[in-house]
Design a protein around this ligand. Structure first.
Ligand code: GDP
Ligand code: IMO
Ligand code: MG
Length: 431
C-alpha cells in the first residue's frame, strides 16, 4: 500500500511540480493537500510549459485521479481558468475531484490580503496577494464557506449574505467600497455550476485508495520554512506545507504515510520578506538568479538567492521525517568554481546547529560556511550518477552525510528526462 509525500524542504519553488509530474506517471491518485493559488508549480513537457497553481502537477497523467484536498483554499475563478488553460494545451488529463471540505476564496479575501499588507507598512510579509491568509482566517474563525456549501445554491446564497455583512464592515474600516452581494452571488453561482460535478467527499476516496493498495502521491505546496507553525513566523504562509500537513489536508492518519521525500535546490531561494541567513545580496546572488532564471511562477517577482543552508535543510529533514532527499537544479551552479554551504550559525558569540524559533534571533544569525569544490560544463545530459562530475557527486555526498538522509532523486534540468533516480521511490510499509 505505497503512499508517497513530496514536500518542499526549503522556502518554496524547489521544483516540486517537476518531481510530482515525473513520479505521477506511476501514481493512481495525486492529491494536493495545502495552500491555494499562491503556489506555482511548473511542468515542462516538450515544447509546452504548464504552470499549475491549484491543479495537482500529477494531473498530466490520464491514468491518475487528481484531487484538491480538504486542506486547500480554492479560488473558483482561478481554478476554472487554469482548467481551461490546461485543456487548451492537452486533452490528456486525469479525472479531477475537489474536496467538499476545501474552503472557497472570494474577491474580498484578495482585497483584504492587500489591505492587511499595506497596513503592515515596513513589516509586510510580501504575500502573493491571492487572498490566502484571509481565507484561512475565515476557516479558523469558522465563518468560511466550504465547497459543499458553495455548490448548493440555497446554502451559498444564505452563507454569502451572512459573511458579506462582516466583510463589508471590515472593508469600510480600510476605507474601501463595499462589494455588491448580488453581483458577487450571480458571478460566483456560475462558477459553482461548473465546479459542482467535481465536488466529492475526497477524504473517503483517499482512504479507500490507500487501503486498497493504490499508489497515492501527496503533493505539497510552498516549503517547510513557510509553515504557519514551524516556519519563520510571521513571514510564512497560512497553511501547513510540512509532511504532517498531508494528514491534516486529506483526512488520512500518519501511519498511512510510507515515504516522505523533501525537494531542495542545490542552493537556496526565498520570495517575499523574512530572514534568510545564507542570502547573497551581491554578485553571487545575482549570478544564481540569472543562471537559474529565478523569477516567481505566480507573481514574476525576482527570487532572493543564496548558498545552500544545510542547517535549515537538516532541520527540514527532521521536521518532515524525510525518508529521502531530492536535490534539484544542480545544473544552475555550473561554472562557479567554489561553492559555499552553511554548516552552522553564530548568534551572540555562540554556535547554533538549528534555526532559532524566534524570528528576531534568526534575523541576527550569521551563517558559518564550508567551501566545496564547484563544477563546470553542462550537467543536463547526465542520466546516471556516474555521468555527473566527481565534484558534483562529492557535493551531494556532503549534503546527504550532513543531513543524515539518503539521496532519492537528482534533477539536472526542467524536463522529465533530466532526472536521475537513485533509490526505490514507492517503498511501502506493511500496515
Ligand atoms: P515548485 O513551486 O517547487 O513546483 O517550483 P517552481 O515551478 O516554482 O520553480 C522551479 C523552476 O525550476 C521551474 O521553472 C522548473 O521548470 C525548473 N526546474 C525544475 N527542475 C530543474 C532543474 O533540475 N534544473 C533547472 N535548471 N530547472 C529546473
Ligand atoms: P510554491 O508551491 C515560494 C510566500 C510568499 C510570502 C509568503 C506568504 O510555488 O513553492 P501567501 O500569499 O501565501 O500569504 O504569502 O509565502 N509563498 C511562496 N514562496 N513558493 C510558493 O509556493 C509560495 N507560496 C507562498 O512569497 O513570502
Ligand atoms: Mg513555485
Amino acid at each position: 500500500m505505497p503512499t508517497l509525500v513530496i514536500v518542499g524542504a526549503q522556502w518554496g519553488d524547489e521544483a516540486k511540480g517537476k518531481i510530482v509530474d515525473v513520479l505521477g506517471s506511476q501514481a493512481d491518485v495525486v492529491v494536493r493537500f495545502s495552500g491555494g493559488n499562491n503556489a506555482g508549480h511548473t511542468v515542462i513537457l516538450g515544447p509546452q510549459t504548464f504552470k499549475f497553481h491549484l491543479l495537482p502537477a500529477g494531473i498530466l497523467h490520464p491514468q491518475s485521479v487528481g484531487i484538491l484536498g480538504s486542506g486547500m483554499v480554492i479560488d473558483p475563478k482561478g481554478l476554472l481558468d487554469e482548467l481551461d488553460r490546461t485543456l487548451a494545451l492537452t486533452a490528456e488529463i486525469g479525472e479531477l475531484k475537489i474536496s467538499s471540505a476545501a474552503h472557497v476564496v472570494f474577491p474580498y479575501h484578495r482585497l483584504l490580503d492587500q489591505m492587511q499588507e499595506e497596513a503592515r507598512g515596513e513589516n509586510k510579509i510580501g504575500t502573493t496577494s491571492r487572498g490566502i491568509g484571509p481565507a484561512y482566517e475565515d476557516k479558523v474563525s469558522r465563518i468560511g464557506i466550504r465547497m459543499a456549501e458553495f455548490v448548493c445554491p440555497d446554502r451559498f446564497a444564505r452563507r454569502l449574505r451572512e459573511v458579506a455583512g462582516v466583510k463589508n464592515r471590515l472593508l469600510e474600516l480600510f476605507g474601501q467600497p463595499k462589494f455588491d452581494v448580488d453581483e458577487l452571488h450571480a458571478e460566483y453561482s456560475e462558477y459553482a455550476d461548473r465546479i459542482r460535478p467535481y465536488v466529492a467527499d475526497t477524504d473517503i476516496l483517499i482512504q479507500d485508495a490507500v487501503l486498497s493498495g493504490k499508489k497515492v502521491l501527496f503533493e505539497g505546496a510552498q516549503g517547510t520554512f513557510l509553515d504557519l507553525d514551524c516556519g519563520t513566523y510571521p513571514y510564512v504562509t497560512s497553511s501547513h506545507p510540512i509532511a504532517g500537513g498531508a494528514c491534516l489536508g486529506t483526512g488520512i492518519g500518519p501511519r498511512y504515510l510510507d515515504s516522505i521525500l523533501g525537494v531542495a535546490k542545490a542552493y537556496t531561494t526565498r520570495v517575499g520578506s523574512g530572514p534568510f541567513p545564507t542570502e547573497q545580496d551581491n554578485e553571487v546572488g545575482v549570478r544564481i538568479r540569472e543562471q537559474g532564471q529565478e523569477f516567481g511562477t505566480t507573481t514574476g517577482r525576482g527570487r532572493r538567492c543564496g548558498w545552500l543552508d544545510l542547517v535549515a535543510l537538516r532541520q527540514s529533514c527532521r521536521l518532515n521525517s524525510l525518508s529521502g532527499l531530492i536535490m534539484t537544479r544542480l545544473d544552475v551552479l555550473s561554472g562557479i568554481p567554489e561553492l559555499q554551504v552553511a554548516t552552522s550559525y553564530r548568534l551572540d558569540g555562540q554556535s547554533l546547529d538549528h534555526l532559532p524559533a524566534d524570528v528576531q534571533d534568526l534575523a541576527r544569525v550569521e551563517a558559518v560556511y564550508e567551501a566545496l569544490e564547484g563544477w563546470d560544463g553542462d550537467l543536463r545530459s547526465a542520466r546516471s550518477m556516474h555521468d555527473l562530475p566527481a565534484s558534483t557527486r562529492r557535493y551531494l555526498e556532503f549534503v546527504t552525510d550532513f543531513c543524515q538522509t539518503p539521496l532519492a532523486i537528482v534533477s539536472i534540468g526542467p524536463d522529465r528526462e533530466e532526472t536521475i533516480l537513485t533509490a526505490e521511490i514507492w517503498a511501502s510499509t506493511p500496515r
